[in-house]
Design a protein around this ligand. Structure first.
Ligand SMILES: Cc1cc2nc3c(=O)[nH]c(=O)nc-3n(C[C@H](O)[C@H](O)[C@H](O)COP(=O)(O)O)c2cc1C
Length: 278
């Protein structure tokens, strides 16, 4: 973090970038929080390699995340082979940054290690086939990955998650040699951004619609959504040469089964990969 503290936004600037007009009251603040609020996904990478030991540092950060009951039901595979990268990019609908970035990691929900433990101990684990265990593994993988993202950003690196690997999890499993009980939940590109690839911080919904006090209250949503649509239209005009509102993006992303791009068959794919999801 030391190296990047000087580049971090002040509290008012960070809150304004994240919320536009709907800035919440300022509270406690430090460099760690400034770095978190400065996050943005990056989709264009220079080929420059990462300093030696960076991968191991990111994995140490990832392994330091909380993990349900210390089961540690996640793993990660790096993908170096260009042909394998090309397959990952194709599965993800042609996302070129997967082939550009110097480090591409696939985070895995992995119950196979504990299954092997049970077999070695002559104690088959009855709890393994349940949806709960898959969910634990997927949550573990996500928490670990986010620690890696925060660590990468603190080193001046950029990242973008690649959930589109779930378009075809069986293909990902085949290319990465995943055993039954292991699923690639998402990929992660890591590297140095190309010039101008960083873009602005993307605004988020006003806090009033995600933060509920005591009881859930959807009351503020219509007003907040209208305000956020205006923020996001302006953001996408400045950064993406489009003028889509958030409402339009949500409808485009989950408004039809076709828009799921094969992920509507995820339950069947998981069952084929050794997750009965009982
Ligand atoms: C689990 C997950 C999967 C994602 N998958 C993709 C993806 O396949 N391609 C992509 O360009 N961005 C992907 N993203 C990035 C999101 O689009 C991005 O986080 C969101 O638009 C907010 O922008 P920001 O990260 O710049 O704040 C993914 C993010 C998450 C958390």
């Amino acid at each position: 973090m030391d190296g990047m503290t000087s580049r971090l936004p002040t509290q008012p600037a960070a809150l304004a970038a994240r919320y536009g007009a709907a800035v919440p009251p300022a509270g406690p603040w430090n460099a760690m929080i400034a770095a978190l609020l400065d996050h943005r996904s990056v989709r264009g990478y220079r080929p420059d390699p990462l300093p030696p030991g960076t991968l191991e540092t990111l994995v140490a950060a990832a392994q330091s995340a909380a993990t349900s009951s210390n089961l540690q039901t996640w793993s990660v595979v790096t993908v170096e082979d260009p042909a394998a990268r090309a397959v990952m990019a194709e599965v993800a609908g042609g996302q070129k940054h997967i082939q550009e970035c110097p480090l591409f990691m696939v985070f895995l929900a992995d119950v196979s290690r504990n299954e092997r433990l049970g077999e070695a101990e002559g104690k088959p684990l009855e709890g393994l086939p349940y949806l709960e265990t898959f969910l634990v593994a997927a949550i573990d993988a996500a928490l670990a990955a986010q620690n890696a993202v925060v660590a990468a950003e603190s080193l001046g690196l950029s990242t973008v998650y690649i959930g589109a690997l779930r378009n075809d999890p069986l293909k990902v499993a085949e290319v990465l040699g995943l055993p039954p009980g292991v699923m690639g939940v998402f990929g992660l590109c890591v590297g140095y951004p190309k010039p101008r690839a960083e873009g602005e911080v993307k605004p988020r919904l006003p806090q009033g619609v995600v933060l509920h006090r005591g009881r859930y209250d959807a009351g503020p949503e219509p007003t907040a959504r209208a305000a956020y649509d205006a923020e996001m239209s302006a953001f996408s005009q400045r950064n993406e040469m489009a003028a889509d509102s958030w409402t339009q993006r949500v409808i485009a992303r989950i408004g039809t089964v076709r828009a799921l791009r094969g992920r509507d068959r995820l339950a069947a794919a998981l069952q084929a990969m050794g997750f009965p999801l009982r």
